[in-house]
Write a protein that binds this ligand. Structure first.
Ligand code: MF3
Ligand code: CO
Ligand code: CO
Length: 261
């Protein structure tokens, strides 16, 4: 069942999504050659708790850490590890999900570590454009097939592929709610959007083939062919006139306190 959030629920979604966005921004500023993905986990865990929130990934269906960190050929659900040291030319996706006053906010970005190859930069830039294109068609009366179609066209038009097995999702009191938001599809099909829906759009785009595999740890999703993969994610709200990106904040309001763990 797809929920329509009340005005009060939307206020709470705005609060938690803003915190998730600020947390991701903070973590992005810490990314540097030589640090481990476990260092990012530690920072995310503390930053979140110190702001009265909970890192939703921790213990979610047994996930062992407070954030997902997905490097290079890892598509999603990478587990932070002291053994994974960032090196020049890597791409790192950091996926933050915060829980505050009973509601969830979910957002991710793929960051460059040092200087990345031009083809990899194009992959990452195109993936961001895919997410924003998907968001741009959201309004009451549009359908989820419209979102999937524009993402798929943009990815394929740039020579990349779209992961099918993982998707965006409704979000609110639950981390993952209905509907499923797939990043491929046909215009005019699928769920019709209505004001008050909150869901994520989070395309995973590969340099090579679209197929994936899961490691024995039960979480880490990799490309089957070893090609690199990028992802971006926002949580959005459907409004009367279109959409609102909830996982954002005004950077001009960033203060020294926001830079403290
Ligand atoms: N944040 C991911 C998403 O975008 C889900 C991570 S589930 C976890 O839906 F358990 F790995 F954290
Ligand atoms: Co999500
Ligand atoms: Co996420």
């Amino acid at each position: 069942m797809i929920q329509i959030k009340s005005a009060r629920e939307i206020e709470l979604m705005r609060d938690v999504c803003k915190l998730a966005a600020k947390t991701l921004h903070f973590l992005g500023k810490q990314v540097k050659v030589g640090m481990s993905t476990d260092d990012i986990n530690t920072l995310c865990h503390q930053y979140t708790l110190n702001r009265g929130a909970i890192p939703a990934p921790l213990n979610y269906h047994g996930f062992p850490k407070s954030v997902c960190t997905s490097l290079n050929s890892v598509i999603c659900h990478g587990i932070p590890s002291p053994k994974d040291i960032l090196k020049d030319g890597d791409i790192l996706n950091i996926d933050v999900t915060s829980k505050l006053k009973g509601f969830h906010g979910d957002t991710n970005r793929t960051f460059f570590v040092g200087n990345v190859k031009p083809e990899v930069k194009k992959l990452v830039d195109t993936t961001y454009d895919c997410m924003m294109a998907g968001i741009s068609v959201c309004k009451p009366g549009a359908r989820l097939g419209d979102v999937g179609a524009i993402i798929e066209e943009m990815a394929h038009g740039n020579g990349f592929t779209v992961v099918h097995e993982y998707c965006g999702h409704g979000i609110g009191r639950e981390f993952h709610e209905d509907p499923q938001v797939v990043h491929y599809g046909k215009r005019g099909t699928g769920v019709e959007l209505r004001p008050g829906m909150t869901f994520t759009i989070e395309p995973m785009i590969n340099l090579g083939k679209r197929h994936c595999k899961v490691l024995d740890d039960g979480w880490t999703v990799l490309t089957k062919d070893g090609s690199w993969s990028a992802q971006f994610e926002h949580t959005i709200l459907i409004t009367e006139s279109g959409y609102e990106i909830l996982t954002t904040f005004d950077e001009s309001e960033w203060t020294d306190a926001d830079d403290k763990i």
